[in-house]
Design a protein around this ligand. Structure first.
Ligand code: PAF
Length: 281
């Protein structure tokens, strides 16, 4: 596996592959990799003949009081893991390469509406930062296909919308969430949990699972389902941000007869803000 830090090196390698008729897949990440990320690489290898992963802790998707400074940076270990699963190229740029000027002076991508819902309500700048950096990564790596985890379902929906709206020639593939044996969705932020919090954390998935079961058995009072779930989370020691049933494809509130629905949740546990989502039908 080759590691490059510069944009010119990335472009040169991808251009050589394209000239040779190779199909390129991109896996954008912020590093501190876990088995969920490695699953993305495995999926990308099924979809393309060459795989590129990016590791870039993107400052523009963190709010002023969020964990940008403390976000775990584990490049050497990440590189070893990516090499072991057969990645071809790791792109790990410096912040100045991606944002040569302050963001306020740079072109930005925003996906209105979708970016203000759910996580966007409490993280107002987050999805603008994600859309901007992913658009830049697509332009830099010129992938035919890009692979994202379904744990960040809202992000996946926003990236699909951005790609369609900007006519970017990139196929977007979602990969199901990888979970620990006790149901906890894998996340780099799970590392923030104390041993006591780690024992509580699977309750988030359990609560969503119970809610989905209630839905399947005929309960249709969204408000009651959501309030019960939030109360269960609070009783377990979480500070719930939201629990909401939404349409899977456009994240809007369901209408009677809508088929593909998902439950979305975010809740704080200690200093970790955990998110999860689950299909209800
Ligand atoms: O999901 C992530 O790790 C990030 O939001 C992404 C897509 C790499 C953009 O920084």
């Amino acid at each position: 596996m080759q590691t490059v830090h510069g944009i010119a090196e990335l472009r040169a390698q991808v251009a050589a592959w394209k000239r040779a008729g190779e199909r390129v897949a991109l896996i954008p990440t912020m590093g501190n990799l876990h088995r969920g990320h490695l699953r993305l690489v495995e999926r990308a290898r099924q979809l393309a003949s060459r795989t590129v992963a990016s590791i870039f802790v993107n400052p523009t998707q963190f709010g002023p009081n969020e964990d940008f400074a403390g976000y775990p940076r584990t490049l050497a270990d990440d590189g070893r893991q990516l090499g072991a699963v057969g990645l071809d190229l790791l792109f790990a740029p410096e912040v100045a390469a991606i944002y040569p000027r302050p963001l306020a002076d740079m072109t930005q991508v925003s996906v209105p509406g979708l970016s203000q819902l759910l996580c966007g309500a409490s993280r107002p700048i987050h999805f603008g930062g994600v859309a901007t950096v992913v658009a830049k990564l697509f332009n830099l790596a010129q992938p035919d296909v890009a692979v994202f985890g379904e744990k960040d379902w809202q992000q996946l929906v926003i990236i699909r919308r951005m790609t369609a709206d900007l006519d970017l020639p990139v196929e977007i593939i979602g990969v199901p969430t990888v979970r620990e044996a006790d149901g906890l969705a894998m996340s780099s932020r799970n590392g923030y949990l104390s041993a006591e919090e780690r024992a509580i954390a699977p309750t988030l998935h359990a609560v969503l699972h119970a809610m989905a079961e209630q839905w399947r058995t005929g309960e249709r009072d969204y408000g009651a389902l959501e309030n019960t779930a939030k109360a269960r989370l609070a009783a377990a020691g979480f500070r719930p941000d939201y629990v909401e049933i939404r349409r899977a494809d456009d994240l809007q509130r369901p209408e009677p007869g809508d088929a593909a629905l998902r439950i979305f949740a975010a809740a704080w546990l200690g200093r970790a803000r955990l998110i999860d989502n689950l299909a209800v039908i």
